[in-house]
Ligand binder design. Structure first.
Ligand SMILES: Nc1ncnc2c1ncn2[C@@H]1O[C@H](COP(=O)(O)OP(=O)(O)O)[C@@H](O)[C@H]1O
Ligand SMILES: [Mg+2]
Length: 257
């Protein structure tokens, strides 16, 4: 047996929606402690791949392995409990809750009291709830939202709502963080702050896989890039390698045409 199994990998992933093949025989491999970008034109299958990884969609074929274990067939909560947490291309924050409460919902994934503690309101329950709120505050501070903890989440500007979603994901203690178009809708200043935030996340020991259209950001912070096109892997390599790959250039020119 070889001891060099990748930290996170997919093999032969195929996903069909009726007549549409969203993913065809997709393979990828992500090393621990890196930023791995998934790029490709609209409709290439990037979000579908995240949905397969997180257990929202069951693939027609293929396998995903994380940290030495198969994720195939696991429901979303079990995938999250294994250490894979995501954000969404279309933000999924709870607009009727405060900023802090949004992050506490993420932290609940790591809760250490049982149903009995909850119903009896035991000391353990109160201790745990206090710990979760402290962790949530720390994550909000980490993403730069310390000043906004008690605001209703709906009142945050769009760019801050994206940061809030990242704070909520971090509060769930991911070992692998999946970001689906984290820079979408951000201005240049916010995008540069996002790049710096992703570097700090990796410095905490979290591996990051991101779907992203902002090529400047992708080229700046990615260690490796996988390019999807019409549901298939078109190229895979360092940012510089994929940037000068003629097939990749053609796929993107096709999108602009
Ligand atoms: N739930 C769904 N039902 C039917 N078709 C879908 C569904 N989700 C995605 N698709 C189709 O799968 C393909 C890939 O979509 P998607 O994964 O969203 O691409 P990307 O994120 O790269 O833009 C598209 O043709 C899209 O229309
Ligand atoms: Mg998408």
């Amino acid at each position: 047996m070889s001891g060099s199994e990748p930290f996170f990998a997919g093999e032969g992933i195929t996903l069909r929606f009726g007549g549409v093949t969203a993913l065809r025989d997709v393979a990828f491999s992500v090393s621990k402690g890196t930023v791995h970008a998934m790029i490709g034109p609209n409709g290439a299958g990037k979000t579908s791949l995240f949905n397969v990884i997180t257990g929202l969609y069951e693939p027609d074929a293929g396998a995903i392995r994380f940290s030495g274990k198969s994720l195939t067939g696991l429901p979303p909560h079990a995938v999250a409990q294994s250490g894979i947490v995501r954000t969404f291309q279309n933000l999924e924050i709870f607009t009727n809750m405060s900023v802090l409460e949004n992050v506490v919902t993420g932290a609940h994934l790591s809760v250490k009291y049982g149903p009995l503690d909850f119903f009896l309101r035991t000391p353990r329950y109160f201790r745990e709830e206090r710990r979760l709120r402290e962790e949530a505050r720390a994550e909000l501070s980490f993403v730069g939202l310390d000043a906004d903890v008690s605001l209703p989440a709906a009142q945050l500007p769009f760019g801050s709502q994206r940061m809030l979603e990242i704070a909520r994901a971090l509060a769930a203690h991911p070992r692998l963080l999946l970001l689906d178009e984290p820079a979408a809708g951000l201005n240049i200043r916010e995008t540069s702050a996002l790049g710096e935030l992703i570097r700090r996340i990796v410095a905490r020991g979290v591996t990051v896989v991101m779907v992203e259209h902002d090529m400047a950001l992708v080229m700046d912070i990615s260690d490796r890039v996988t390019v999807l096109n019409y549901g298939e892997v078109l190229a895979d390599g360092t940012p510089a390698e994929v940037q000068r790959n003629p097939a990749v250039v053609a796929a993107y020119l096709g999108e602009e045409a």
